[in-house]
Design a protein around this ligand. Structure first.
Ligand code: NAP
Length: 490
């Protein structure tokens, strides 16, 4: 039996509910199903009332209500629930039907699902969807990847509901690549989001403690920054956050426990960077900064015994021009952000090689220009950099990036030194600067590490100016022999 729904969605939680409202508003008839079926009834009689929704009380009715080839999107908890729902669907669907997983699934799971379902003739797509509740309703950034044979059928729906950017109303949705590519790109997006949030938090912290800015002043600074090269969704909401008061007239920000949560996508990105040997230090630092923040009780105890300058009293030491230093903080934030995006795109370049994907980096930057949490005008510059040179090794070498870093680095160094001197934790600012200095340093200290490795473990070393791949061993103590370990990279 065939129904008349253009697409079906399983999972009427915050993302699913808003996505289907978005689909319906673009003229599509949408079948909806949820494990707890009371939510289906509540939705079709609530926000969905009088609209082109087909509410289904069973997964059988849900499948029957769909036009063929069936397009079924899931917006549910990532992990085993996705496999469980696929197993429920399999006896009910047929070859050529399409399953789209729009949750935050691990890309290796999506890769596996594409392969397993392809054997059964089912086309599986793993797509990142970013933008939270509002994005889902008004137009998210959508990053689909998986079985390419599905793309033509789902493209009109996904591009219709996605965010659009100017010029020319370009959809923030395009095919990313085969296998787990869509979820991989979404994972890196989330890692970059961790980095952006950490950097903004550090900017706030140093301006609050070292410059003594109050919430209203912080609100104004972020609002000003949002009119500059930092123009972005996260800067915009940060300004709003500093202005928000509760029913007692107290600032909400000052009532929130300083212990950050996380759901795992930042950790996955950092783990993948470690696996590939890519220095994505900003994402790593941002994940660890959240871990450190969650040790609230330990931190409170440590504050009483560990010596060092007190960050919250550092404004006593500030003697310069506040306006100038705010500009330096802006420089530090922007320069660190450049490093962070350069690292994220480097990860994708290496992943593409490792997994055999053909990623279009300019197009990925465009997917993130609108709809998603990290949307910003600056992403247009990344697109331009890859349009100029699609094989760019590291975004930092693009001429626009070089020019920005020329301007920003003095302030960046001022902020990093002030924070270190006054005990104000700014792990992302300082590690971004260390990465930057390391990346532009033609000779690092790693010759000593190689010597130590060879000294204690006979791990061998290559010689400066020597042939790549030609390894030497020194009998450092005169006691060891000439036997050495084999050379490989873990
Ligand atoms: P959520 O709280 O992550 O998931 C709740 C939904 O999953 C409910 O519909 C729930 O059904 C369903 N579910 C859970 N276990 C299930 C199972 N074993 N079988 C069938 N259904 C099951 O909701 P969400 O925040 O809307 O997120 C949905 C997906 O989008 C997640 O993967 C999330 O990571 C991703 N995402 C979320 C956001 C966001 O801002 N919230 C942004 C982008 C992506 P019941 O009602 O029956 O419990």
């Amino acid at each position: 039996m065939t129904g008349n729904a253009d697409i079906g969605l399983i999972g009427l939680a915050v993302m699913g509910e808003n996505l289907v409202l978005n689909m319906e508003s673009r003229g599509f008839t949408v079948a909806v199903f949820n494990r707890t079926t009371a939510k289906v009834d509540a939705f079709v009689n609530g926000r969905g009332k009088g609209k082109k929704f087909i509410g289904c009380d069973s997964i059988q009715d849900f499948v029957k209500s769909l036009k063929k080839p069936r397009k079924i999107m899931m917006m549910i908890h990532a992990g085993s629930p996705v496999d469980a729902v696929i197993q429920e669907l399999l006896p009910l669907i047929e070859k050529g039907d399409i399953i789209i997983d729009g949750g935050n699934s691990l890309y290796t799971d999506s890769d596996r699902r594409v392969k397993e379902l392809e054997k059964k003739g089912i086309l599986f797509v793993g797509t990142g969807v970013s933008g939270g509740e509002e994005g889902a309703l008004k137009g998210p950034s959508i990053m689909p990847g998986g079985n390419p044979a599905a793309w033509n059928s789902i493209k009109p729906i996904l591009q219709a509901i996605s965010a659009k950017v100017q010029p020319g109303d370009q959809p923030c949705c395009d095919w990313v690549g085969d296998g787990g590519a869509g979820h991989y790109v979404k994972m890196v997006h989330n890692g970059i989001e961790y980095g952006d949030m950490q950097l903004i938090s550090e900017a706030y912290f140093i301006m609050k403690h070292y410059l003594g800015l109050n919430n209203q002043e912080l609100k104004d600074v972020f609002a000003q920054w949002n009119k500059s090269e930092l123009d972005s969704y996260l800067i915009e909401i940060t300004s709003d956050i500093f202005g928000k008061k509760d029913e007692h007239g107290e600032y909400v920000i000052d009532e929130i426990l300083d212990s950050a949560g996380q759901k795992g996508t930042g950790k996955w990105t950092a783990m993948n960077a470690l696996d590939m040997g890519i220095p994505a230090t900003l994402i790593g630092e941002s994940v660890f900064a959240r871990c450190l923040s969650s040790l609230k009780d330990e931190r409170v105890k440590a504050a009483k015994i560990l010596p060092g300058p007190n960050a919250s009293e550092s404004s006593k030491h500030f003697q310069g021009d506040k306006k100038q230093f705010i500009e330096y903080v802006k420089n530090a934030l922007f320069a660190s952000k450049l490093v962070s995006y350069a690292q994220g795109f480097t990860m994708m370049r290496h992943a593409a090689k490792e997994y055999g994907w053909k990623l279009n980096y300019g197009s990925i930057a465009l997917l993130w220009r609108g709809g998603c949490i990290i949307r910003s005008t600056f992403l247009g510059k990344i697109k331009e950099a890859f349009d100029k040179n699609p094989n760019l090794e590291n975004l930092l070498s693009d001429s626009w990036f070089v020019d920005q870093l020329k301007v920003a680095q003095t302030g960046w160094r001022q902020v990093a030194s002030a924070s270190l001197l006054h005990g104000i934790p700014t792990p992302a600012f300082t590690s971004a600067l260390s990465y930057y200095d390391g990346y532009r340093c033609p000779t690092l200290s790693a010759n000593l590490i190689q010597a130590q490795r060879d000294y204690f473990g006979g791990h061998t070393y290559e010689k400066l100016g020597g042939k790549k791949g030609e390894f030497f061993h020194t009998n450092w103590t005169g006691r060891g022999g000439n036997t050495h370990s084999t050379s490989y990279n873990a």
